[in-house]
Write a protein that binds this ligand. Sequence first.
Ligand SMILES: [Zn+2]
Length: 297
Amino acid sequence: MRVFQHTISGPLHFSGVGLHTGAVTSATILPADPDSGIVFRRTDTGSVIPATVECVAGTAYATVLSAGGAKISTVEHFLAALYGMEIDNAVVEVDGPELPILDGSALEVSRAIASGGLAQQNVRRQFLRVWENGKIRRNGSMVAISPAVDLEILVTVDFPASAIGRQWAKFTLTPENFLKEIAPARTFILREQIDELREAGLAKGGSLDNAIVVEGDKVHNTEGLRFPNEFARHKLLDFLGDIALLGRPVRGSILAVRPGHTVNRAITEYLASTGYSSFPELPVSPGKVPVHIQVTA
Ligand SMILES: [Zn+2]
């Protein structure tokens, strides 16, 4: 993992339909100062919404952030791309209430970051280190954490639809691994959920161009899957988008069984309460929290 903070070298532009609003929106990622983190700025209202755990306003069908009465929705794939590509500081300008869904993955954003280039900043990253084993369960989901030098994640999913079934994805965070293994994995939906979402006024922009549609043993997208375990990989992508709200690179090993936003949020809040360290070279000592470097996050 990089020791120094990074931002992007120059502006990156994206445009496309919002998954839930169905409206075409534009987003621009801009470089930002050290220690400023990831911040969303609505250009239509002038409001500023930081990507932090405290600003999470909802996670039902998309991650919604809110600050000062302003909201921004469906931020998770942009956040996963920034976290996966190890961008510490950036401003994401959006001209509406929702980020464009693009192809339902984080590929376009991650590729743009990789080809646009990164700028190293002269300030150390503040790592959030897992110091002891922990486990959280919520509604049939479980996330277990343990100390590790890198960020290692193993995700398992289990769906009755046999096109998904039981599958898993494993990943150690480097920008190269993220770009190749995780960023291309698209979001997915069960055919029977579509009507329910539409009736709730959601998924107006959803189509086979931005989601995998599954029905029993069938995948409706004519191009098929990008990976045999694309579903587990996308759950891993979503998990990264959720822990990105910590605003710090995590060093730890994470096992996520049937993860969803609820359990991801619980583990993120737990990690946020454990403090962080700017000394990544310290040895791991499971079960012992070195009090002298604990700082309130
Ligand atoms: Zn997703």
